[in-house]
Design a protein around this ligand. Sequence first.
Ligand SMILES: [Zn+2]
Length: 77
Amino acid sequence: MGAHYDVCLEQPGADDNASAVAGLLESARMVAAAQPTLDYRIDFVAFSVEEPPYYGTHDMGSYRHASSIKDQKNRLA
Ligand SMILES: [Zn+2]
């Protein structure tokens, strides 16, 4: 689960994207409190460099994170 915390242009970032970061943190808190038994891992990730000029490029934080997970799986295989 991810959200970004950088802001585009001159804006406070409350809607884009502090609200999603708040949801990310609350979701992590709720999962930790419930302590579910899972067969998989949940990553809660706050990304930077998601807005222009990085948006849509391979330098986006989420793209780099996904790439690193793919690289890790390739090393484990
Ligand atoms: Zn955004």
